[in-house]
Design a binder for this molecule. Structure first.
Ligand SMILES: [Zn+2]
Length: 257
């Protein structure tokens, strides 16, 4: 970096790669948000010499600290014009070609769920996703706790015990695919020798869990939430509309007969 022109070119390149032609997906409501010319998008830069809020001042920072630009951090705040939630993410830029993205709000790549999915289990799930790479074992423990919470919400009359005994009680009450998913989850983190004697959380802490296994458990949780909470809710909304329309068109007909 020797001249203003070089710096301009560098920033043109950064612009192209990460800002102007980029959109993000709002994890809260699912809409795509453009980042270019968006007044809801604010970015901040910081290295060990200075913190700056816009490009022009950051250019000055580079001129004055040519040898110490890297590493720097970019923090982006993006307010969604549809749901008004703010997404926050950052980049750790180590060199011209090396940067890593971190999600900060929401904290993980977890799916957002509406409020008819029990909040405590959504939190277990989100945390499980957040640490799946960092600590697969802790992630799996959270996923199993999440599954148990989902079971107790959906089937409040299940006799509470360990995950194995609760899943067994569901054999005739859930679909075959749901039962297989639950069994698959149960076997993760178990040594397999005595599946009926399920590992306690303490025992899970002693065995190896891969990040693939943690990810598999997360996929199962997403499947259960979809089957037990999202789809029934969507069905209920659809049939409500159907019944209202039916009543408008044929007020005298009893559709239950
Ligand atoms: Zn949104």
């Amino acid at each position: 970096m020797s001249s203003n022109q070089d710096i301009d070119e560098l920033f043109d390149q950064i612009d192209k790669e990460r800002f102007n032609k980029t959109t993000i997906l709002c994890k809260y409501c699912g809409v795509t948000i453009p980042l270019s010319n968006n007044s809801g998008h604010k970015k901040y830069f910081m290295n060990r010499f200075s913190a700056q809020t816009d490009f022009d001042r950051f250019k000055q920072l580079i001129i004055h600290n040519q040898n110490s630009l890297y590493p720097y951090i970019e923090i982006h705040f993006v307010k969604c014009a549809t749901c008004f939630n703010t997404t926050i993410f950052s980049y750790l830029v180590s060199s011209e070609t090396d940067s890593k993205k971190f999600s900060m709000q929401p904290i993980s790549e977890a799916k957002g769920y509406p409020d008819y999915v029990p909040a405590e289990q959504v939190q277990d799930y989100s945390e499980s996703v957040a640490i799946a790479e960092l600590s697969p074992r802790a992630s799996l423990t959270l996923s199993r706790r999440c599954a148990q919470g989902l079971i107790r919400h959906k089937f409040p009359d299940v006799k509470q015990g360990n995950l194995f005994s609760e899943i067994k009680q569901l054999k005739t009450r859930v679909s075959q695919s749901e039962y297989r998913a639950l069994n698959s989850l149960r076997h993760l983190g178990n040594t397999g020798a005595h599946p009926e004697k399920e590992n306690s959380e303490f025992e899970i802490n002693k065995i190896e869990v891969s990040s693939e296994e943690a990810q598999h458990a997360i996929t199962i949780i997403e499947f259960l939430i979809k089957k037990w909470f999202v789809e029934p809710h969507d069905d209920e909304m659809a049939i409500k509309t159907i019944m209202e329309d039916a009543h408008k068109l044929k007020p005298d007909v009893n559709l239950d007969e």
